[in-house]
Design a protein around this ligand. Structure first.
Ligand SMILES: C[S@@+](CC[C@H](N)C(=O)[O-])C[C@H]1O[C@@H](n2cnc3c(N)ncnc32)[C@H](O)[C@@H]1O
Length: 291
């Protein structure tokens, strides 16, 4: 089994580094903080927790932090809320490798027990939670959810970055994911990429911004993106962000049959950018004084 080496982040919680994708699994500013801010808070879980039941989809389950933060958030408000949860994950050694005391200790005991069973057996069933990890390429496993007619109140969308894992940021993959988003559901992601935002809009979703923290520098204009079927649920994009969507950076990734390799998708994207007559992204950066 792959041996994952924990790496400390600035809030004291741990993450892993993937040598295959060349990235850490979380922001080094704080893995646990990121799970709460960019996923639970961005999808308004505390406000929705008064409901008797909620349905969650965790795309790229990894160490399970977004799931753990969601369970903590919902049950702090309403311990009786029944949760139906699916996690999509390619590599079972990641959730299994995240079950050490060092990694689990930042969660409450009931949530630690859930992460343990999910990491070991890929299922968890108790009176207030029905959860399953669907293992494999999310481009295929999402089809099982669509066949079931699963409709999520919140989708946590957390693949490695678009340049490293374009397979999971294409218009076609978002089309499938959007099919599992309830009419009043919210999807959140840490990505503020114009290509990602355009893909979400191409599938018919409205998009909003995750406002930057107070300490943010000018080039950190947003912490991510939220998407929904109704615009009024979302914080609007700034003028600068709207103009970003009219530059060459906004050309989305495409994967027509949901089977292409990373290299094929990146090459197709490069070709489309080279023949585009949209404004260059560097001129947009100069106009808005972004380094
Ligand atoms: C940025 S990490 C996710 C972090 C996770 N949300 C957490 O809180 O720990 C990306 C995850 O996507 C998984 N992954 C990569 N390619 C995938 C694919 N095609 N389908 C499903 N999961 C994939 C990786 O194994 C990794 O666990």
């Amino acid at each position: 089994m792959t041996h994952w080496i924990p790496q400390a982040t600035q809030d004291g919680s741990y993450t892993f580094f993937s040598s295959e994708f060349g990235e850490t699994f979380h922001s080094l500013a704080g893995a646990k903080a990121e799970a709460f801010q960019k996923f639970s808070e961005a999808t308004h879980l505390a406000a929705r927790a008064a409901s008797p039941s909620l349905r969650l989809l965790d795309v790229c389950y990894g160490l399970g932090y977004n799931t753990a933060a969601a369970l903590e958030t919902i049950w702090a408000v309403n311990p009786h809320c029944h949760i139906e949860l699916y996690g999509l994950e390619l590599d079972p050694t990641v959730p299994a490798g995240a079950l050490t005391p060092e990694l689990l200790s930042c969660w409450s005991s009931p949530v630690q027990a859930i992460l343990q069973t999910l990491g070991q057996t890929h299922h968890h069933k108790c009176d207030r939670l029905h959860a399953a990890l669907l293992l494999g390429d999310a481009r295929q496993t999402v089809q099982l959810l669509l066949q079931k007619g699963f409709q999520a109140d919140a989708i946590f969308f957390d693949p490695f970055s678009p340049q490293r894992c374009p397979q999971l940021w294409s218009v076609e993959f978002f089309q499938a994911i959007a099919g599992a988003l309830a009419s009043d559901g919210i999807l959140s992601t840490y990505s503020r990429s114009a290509a990602v935002r355009t893909a979400l809009r191409e599938v018919g979703l409205y998009i909003g911004t995750l406002a930057p923290s107070e300490a943010a520098l000018p080039h950190e204009w947003s912490q991510g993106t939220v998407a929904a079927w109704r615009a009024e649920m979302l914080p609007p994009l700034s003028q600068m962000e709207q103009e970003h969507l009219r530059t060459r950076a906004s050309i989305p990734y495409r994967d027509p049959a949901l089977t292409d390799s990373r290299d094929t998708i990146l090459e197709r994207h490069k070709q489309e950018q080279q023949t585009s007559d949209l404004e260059s992204t560097s001129s947009w950066r100069r106009r808005w004084k972004i380094r």
